[in-house]
Design a protein around this ligand. Structure first.
Ligand code: GLY
Ligand code: MN
Ligand code: MN
Length: 437
């Protein structure tokens, strides 16, 4: 059996279980359609419903839908607009077509007419802001119990999903290497961003998220996506957090570079070591929350070793200083979405783990299980807004922090597939090892 055939069998079994547990016989999954800006007729880039692309690698087919009845062959209503304004969506012959009853439509009325009274029993999953979808007489719209069940189990990736994630990481890595070279050549942020896109023949709307391309101080702005058009007089440091997609699956990679040997290069190397040390602690049964705390202690040790904060790693962590330098979570699930869902779910009935107010931005609290894929992305930055709260703390060495400020900060982010007994796959480092000759 091919990996896609095994994947769709798993998806179908997961939907069977989820529908049975939540008392539905069928589901109608709408791909979605582009939104237009206020008072305008210009569409925003289309982002397909993730639970639509879970079934098949079709990501550019707005107004399509999947109808699935428990135990039956799924029906794909493939929307092919018949108008002279738009190019028709190209659907190449592919294996997934063997697994669906294919119904080509050019009007959503054809979908409702074909389903007839069956639509009344269906759970609808998707966006329903536009007519005629908003008026479809379905049994329920996005029922939370059904979504929770699906989201909980979606955390365990099939082999086909991992293959796509591997290829997404290879694409993004190629682009990262081009971006690194552009940085070393002294290019502006916008030029680096363009070098990234050009290397993999992407347009911006194909990226899984706005790339973060920050030179110097901009490395400390966590979601920096302004892209200065002029190169700075001196490019000291470069933080790039950028991904790619393959068959709808996302890569999310961060690398930080120093132009020269010295203090900042040493800090990048120390963070890289701390991140790789943390990777050795990942195995089934460990709590992701514990990994997050363990990474904080390693960052605390770096804060001490580099003289930013006085004290032991434990005391630096306990006093909350690490959160000022490393304010975001250690990572998140990744797959069909960059921030894949389900990180707080305790079970498939929708119970959730309690959040720790000390770590409000941590998106993943579940125990680690074989088959999960998540990022590990520690950071260390000078964020003045966060340091203000510690303005009077005698443990902080402000002169040393001032030395770091012109470099922004460091983040290193890889995606990990959890294997048995800690036999994990690092999708990102494997891609760099393969491509960075
Ligand atoms: N690039 C978004 C993130 O790292 O979570
Ligand atoms: Mn991430
Ligand atoms: Mn990222």
């Amino acid at each position: 059996m091919s990996s896609y055939a095994a994947h769709i069998a798993t998806v179908q079994a997961r939907f069977d279980a989820a529908l049975a547990a939540t008392n539905f016989d069928s589901v109608l999954i709408y791909a979605g359609q582009p939104r237009v800006a206020f008072l305008d007729d210009n569409p925003a880039p289309f982002k397909v419903n993730p639970l639509f692309k879970y079934w098949l690698p079709v990501t550019e087919s707005p107004k399509s839908a999947i109808f699935y009845e428990r135990g039956q062959k799924p029906v794909l209503f493939l929307f092919q607009a018949r108008d002279f304004w738009h190019a028709p969506v190209k659907i190449e012959p592919a294996e997934w077509q063997n697994h669906f009853e294919l119904v080509v439509i050019d009007d959503l009325a054809q979908l409702t007419s074909k389903l007839g009274s069956k639509i009344y029993d269906a759970a609808f999953i998707g966006e329903d802001f536009a007519e005629p979808v908003a008026s479809w007489q379905v049994q329920a719209h996005n029922p939370q119990a059904l979504l929770d069940h699906l989201h909980f189990h979606r955390a365990i990736k099939t082999d086909w999903e991992v293959e796509n994630l591997r290829l997404a990481n290879e694409l993004a890595t190629r682009a990262h290497l081009a971006a690194r070279d552009a940085f070393l050549a002294g290019k502006s942020e916008l030029e680096i961003h363009h070098a990234y896109l050009a290397e993999i023949n992407f347009r911006e709307s194909q990226l899984p998220y706005n790339s973060i391309v920050g030179l110097n101080e901009h490395g400390a702005i966590l979601h920096y996506d302004v892209y200065e058009t002029k190169a700075p007089a001196e490019s000291r440091s470069f933080l790039i957090d950028a991904g790619a997609t393959y068959n709808g699956y996302c890569a999310d990679i961060t690398r930080t570079y120093a132009r020269e040997d010295g203090f900042f290069a040493d800090l990048v190397a120390a963070m890289d070591t701390a991140q790789q040390d943390l990777l050795t602690e990942i195995k089934p049964g460990v709590d992701y929350y514990q990994l997050h705390v363990s990474q904080h202690l390693k960052v605390a040790q770096i804060l001490s070793d580099f003289g930013f904060v006085k004290g032991s790693a434990q005391s630096i962590y306990e006093q909350g200083f690490t959160s000022a330098f490393f304010p975001h979570g250690l990572g998140h699930f990744i797959g069909l979405q960059v921030h894949d869902v389900g990180g707080f779910l305790r079970n498939d009935r929708g119970d959730t783990f309690d959040r720790d107010p000390r770590h409000p931005f941590l998106r993943l609290l579940r125990p680690v299980e074989e088959g999960q894929v998540f990022t590990i992305e520690p950071g260390l930055y000078v964020v003045d807004q966060l340091l203000e709260a510690h303005a009077d703390a005698k443990e902080l060495n402000w002169d040393r922090i001032a030395e770091l400020r012109p470099y922004g900060g460091v983040r290193i982010e890889d995606s990990i597939v959890v294997g048995a007994e800690g036999n994990n796959e690092n999708l990102t480092r494997d891609a760099f090892a393969k491509l960075d000759a």
